[in-house]
Design a protein. Sequence first.
Length: 137
Amino acid sequence: MSELWRDKAKCRDMDVNLFFQDRITSIEAINACLVCPVKEPCLDHALRHEIVGYWGGTTGKERKTIRRKMNIIMQRPEAQKRFIPEVSCGTENGYQAHVRLRRDDSSHQICKACRLAHNRVNRFAKQRKRASNDYFI
Ligand code: SF4
Ligand SMILES: [Zn+2]
């Protein structure tokens, strides 16, 4: 299916962090998906490609259940499949895979799930460093 639906996404100009919260789903994300005109293609896309994040009114966990019930097999983006069959988006490995892809193709975009995963890893590393510095003072 074409990706044109993204242009009409209710979340287009919203803060992506709202759609990638760690445990609970933000009320802003729930409300946006409720009235989004492209909820259906969004969910269709997410069922096939997105492990984490709130997409088309569903959490990652809910999509897992739907996949199992409907026998849907996840597919990774074509480019990823070619280079790194073992990584998935929403992880630090996924982020590193995007970085490698971007070296070959400067127009390649790092997806929002991977960017957030990478930020999380960085934040955690900084906290750990700070904690160990405090210890030695
Ligand atoms: S359904 Fe939700 S996540 Fe999907 S495009 Fe619309 S607002 Fe964004
Ligand atoms: Zn990604």
